[in-house]
Write a protein that binds this ligand. Structure first.
Ligand SMILES: [Zn+2]
Length: 375
């Protein structure tokens, strides 16, 4: 398979296949009056008998997960018992009755009330130290970055937990990982721990500017990551970006399936966002974004692009403060994801290549919600 480059933030675009479809529950009958229940983790269990009395604990658990997956999608407010019952009867009535299910279910409340469970993903932080110029970092900066991440991702019912911080010795800087057609990066990715998000923190090149006669050009890579890919399990950042309110969230956004709002690999979106499902970032509640080439039209005080029109005469109104755009910060509006982006992240977290990472689930109660907001 042809390998593509990861997303290089603040430098260039990439071309990676994005796929994160929600897996539906399936219950299929076979001839021997056994039923196979396939849950979202791909496991299958056989229910030897269809009678209520011998429905196993595992079956209850799997059915509960299916219902939770179907109804705990963020902001799906049609989460009433009648809707759950209808869904149940449609999918599981041949296994047991809904009343019986409720009796057998130990945590019925968590299904039938709108409780939110946060999937916890482990993060291993690898701090890259160049032997000739060792640049260590304070662990507090790492934890602060994870807090920023957790505040942004709670909307997708996801949290991150640092499980390991280690120091890796390497001559690489973030810039030279791209050399040799990304081979340096792919070789370095052998350091990845399995089923864990590896966050590598590199140095930049010492010299960020090049002088050519009278002109000076300066550039810096903030970080990069593949978009929902199993090529690597890592996200790369520079030490410079630790504590930044956007870059780490942006890179984790890619890791969980998001494209840039100005992405053009699937075609450019017109200003009216027509064909939004097929073009741009393929998310309809992120408005068409022509990209930072037109940043001169952005009024940062109002956080709006003003006076820039597409060929059809429609005005662009990109979400300037979106985590997946390339615009500068707005004075009054914090960065954010749209609901559609949260849905993509949520589903990516449940995708085949990410679901095995999850180490824990946390019930989001008032207290926890406050703690995340305050951090
Ligand atoms: Zn990016």
């Amino acid at each position: 398979m042809q390998r593509s480059s990861p997303y290089i933030c603040l430098l260039s675009l990439t071309f990676l296949v994005f796929s994160c479809r929600k897996k539906e529950a399936t219950v299929e009958k076979d001839e021997h009056l056994c039923e196979t229940l396939e849950d979202t983790t791909g496991r299958s269990i056989e229910i030897q008998n269809l009678y209520d009395d011998i429905v196993t604990k595992d079956t209850i658990k799997i059915i509960s997960e299916q219902i939770r997956n179907n109804f705990s999608r963020r902001r799906t407010l049609s989460y009433d018992e009648k809707a759950v019952e209808d869904y149940f009867n449609e999918n599981f009535s041949s296994v047991l009755s809904f009343d019986r299910f409720k009796k057998l279910l130990p945590d019925a409340n968590s299904i039938l009330k709108k409780e939110r469970w946060l999937a916890v993903f482990p993060v291993r932080v690898g701090v890259i130290i160049r032997p000739e110029a060792p640049n260590y970092i304070d662990e507090k900066r790492i934890h602060h970055s994870i807090e920023i991440l957790n505040r942004a991702f709670v909307g997708a019912d996801i949290q991150f937990k640092v499980v390991q911080i280690d120091t890796l010795s390497s001559e690489h800087t973030i810039e030279n990982l791209k050399e040799n057609g990304w081979q340096n990066y792919l070789d370095f990715s052998d350091n990845d721990l399995k089923d864990t998000i590896n966050l590598y923190v590199f140095d930049n090149e010492a010299k960020l500017c090049e002088e050519d006669g009278t002109s000076i050009s300066c550039g810096r890579t903030g970080g990069f990551s593949y978009t929902l890919s199993s090529f690597t399990n890592n996200i790369v950042l520079t030490k410079f970006e630790l504590g930044d309110q956007k870059v780490i969230v942006h890179e984790f956004g890619h890791f969980f399936g998001l494209h840039h709002t100005f992405d053009k690999q699937y075609g450019e979106t017109t200003a009216d966002n027509y064909f939004c499902e097929q073009t741009g970032d393929k998310i309809c509640d992120t408005p068409a974004d022509p990209g930072t080439a037109y940043e001169v039209y952005v009024n940062y005080t109002r956080c709006e692009m003003e006076g820039f029109f597409d060929e059809g005469g429609k005005e662009y109104h990109p979400m300037i403060n979106n985590f997946m755009s390339y615009y500068k910060p707005c004075y009054m509006k914090p960065y954010r994801f749209s609901d559609g982006q949260y849905d993509v992240i949520y589903n990516a977290a449940k995708s085949r290549i990410r679901k095995d990472f999850v180490i824990d689930y946390l019930l989001l109660d008032e207290e926890k919600a406050q703690a995340i907001a305050v951090n």
